[in-house]
Design a protein around this ligand. Structure first.
Ligand SMILES: [Cu+2]
Length: 219
């Protein structure tokens, strides 16, 4: 399915058989779940707005609904966004749509922006929910804002608006996964090999030696 940037897709089912909606990392019934978009329910209308170009995959994880029932979908979002890398809480007000998890390459800067009737916030939080601990306040209560958020390291990041009901009712939360070859590989990058200094008859005074070491560690 091909859609334009900022289009809203409504996933609907019921009443009757229970389904759920999970965003997955590739088009396969064995793929990894990256977001529980909607928990199991017999009736649902799940609106999802797509503010960032790329490929998105969803499936129903109930029984054999994916494998036998073919309840799996690939959504391609065109690169025609009015604001490049822009994400606006105002978009999720439409149809009370929620955002899918955005997969971005390291080095991406997303700009959370709004300007209008309602105040919003951008809080970076511990988990993809409405209650977990706030780790960083990018923007507090404001009618207008333009907040660039850069993703320089690989990882999973969670954001939400903490204005009452904006997360719980209006789905103002966002999960971003930064990955790819442009991510710094801090855990595997070894420091340059250090040669042993040649033996010295008279070592320099200790204070001086420490200063040299300090300079050596500068990048
Ligand atoms: Cu809000």
């Amino acid at each position: 399915m091909q859609i334009a940037c900022n289009d809203v897709v409504n996933f609907t089912w019921g009443p009757g058989v229970a389904h759920e909606l999970e965003q997955i990392d590739r088009y396969s019934c064995d793929a990894k779940t990256i977001q529980h978009t909607h928990e199991i329910n017999t009736t649902a209308v799940v609106a999802v707005v797509f503010p960032y170009p790329g490929h998105y995959y969803f499936r129903c994880d109930v029984g054999s609904h994916c494998s036998a029932g073919k309840q799996i979908i690939h959504i391609q979002v065109a690169d025609d966004c009015p604001v490049k890398n822009g994400i606006a809480w105002t978009q999720v007000f439409r149809a009370r749509a929620q955002w899918p998890t955005l997969n971005v390459p390291c080095g991406t800067t997303l700009t959370a922006a709004w300007n209008g009737t309602f105040n919003h916030e951008v809080h970076q939080v511990e988990k993809d929910d409405c209650t977990s601990k706030v780790l960083k306040v990018w923007q507090d209560d404001a009618t207008a804002a333009s907040v660039p958020i850069s993703f320089s390291k690989a990882g999973t990041y969670h954001f939400r608006c903490d204005i009452p009901t904006h997360c719980t009712v209006n789905k103002q939360r966002l999960q971003v996964i930064a990955s790819g070859s442009s991510c710094p590989t801090t855990s595997t990058r070894n420091p340059p090999p250090r040669r042993n200094p040649p033996p010295r008859r008279n070592p320099p005074p200790k204070k001086h030696h420490r200063m040299l070491l300090g300079q050596e560690q500068q990048p």
